[in-house]
Design a protein around this ligand. Structure first.
Ligand code: GLP
Length: 258
């Protein structure tokens, strides 16, 4: 499929099939690692970025015979969010997701992997230590994002004031959407620690990937609505020049033609 490029609210948007946009998004991350071997990256979970991770891994493995190019041995990786009180060894924890989908397949060092500590004595301590870890790395260089059907990024739910890393009560729609990974809806944690909107917006580059028609309405609001916490992703318009949004045709389906 051919790739088309558009601009909405100053944000560069690429529309193509899922494989192609996953490759484009993956290439951005690989280039960031090549440009700065100790780059600080932040990653989301979910179905949408899986192809991006697969692309990064396959590129890494193709080159591994002659030594990894680029090596991830100095890269600092931040998980954007974590279910509160779900231990990192739980199969549905985001710590486990990121190990399975990326970290176990590249030479990232365990001490360079940071995630909100779901088992910290208090949520405040978990948030403070996550923010200090980001600050100690000089801030996040490149953040990859998915988007929730209600426009959330990380676990920054719609309509809440913007903030830094915090504990979030998950929206009912988010709990229902994520229940597909748990045995019952009741098993889905109701709270999560998430990098805040202000934490995310400080990243020096942003790549957001959205797949499928369930994201079309949130995508339209993100790109053509007013920047407002009612659709947290729309605040990316404030940092439009640092963003690339990668969409499949279904996710782009409600955007005005250009
Ligand atoms: C979760 C994550 C988000 C992710 C969203 C969408 O709520 N906290 O970071 O963007 O799911 O996931 P999916 O791509 O599976 O639709």
């Amino acid at each position: 499929m051919t790739v088309s490029e558009r601009t909405y609210s100053g944000i560069r948007v690429i529309i193509g099939d899922a494989d192609t946009i996953a490759q484009i998004a993956g290439r951005r991350i690989i280039e960031a690692v090549k440009a700065a071997p100790d780059v600080a990256l932040a990653f989301p979970t979910g179905s949408s970025p899986e192809g991006v991770y697969a692309n990064i891994i396959s590129s890494y493995r193709r080159r591994a015979a002659s030594g990894p190019d680029p090596s991830w041995s100095q890269v600092r990786c931040f998980n954007l969010d974590e279910y509160w009180r779900l231990p990192p060894w739980h199969p549905q924890s985001y710590a486990c997701y990121m190990r399975t989908h990326l970290y176990d397949w590249v030479d990232v060092m365990p001490n360079n992997i940071f995630y909100p500590d779901s088992l910290a004595p208090t949520a405040e301590e978990a948030c403070e230590s996550f923010e200090s870890q980001i600050a100690a790395c000089g801030g996040i260089e490149h953040v990859l994002l998915g988007i929730g059907a209600n426009g959330h990024i990380g676990f920054n739910e719609a309509g809440l004031p913007r903030s830094r890393t915090h504990i979030a009560d998950l929206a009912t729609s988010t709990i229902l959407a994520n229940s597909r990974f748990f045995e019952t809806v009741d098993a889905v944690p109701k709270q999560a620690i998430t990098a805040g909107l202000d934490t995310i917006l400080e990243a020096r580059a942003v790549t957001l990937i959205a797949l499928g028609s369930t994201k079309a309405s949130a995508v339209r609001q993100m790109l053509t609505g007013p920047p407002d916490v009612a659709c947290p992703a729309s605040l990316l318009q404030e940092v439009a020049d640092r963003c690339l949004v990668c969409l499949d045709p279904d996710a782009a389906g409600l955007l005005p033609e250009q």
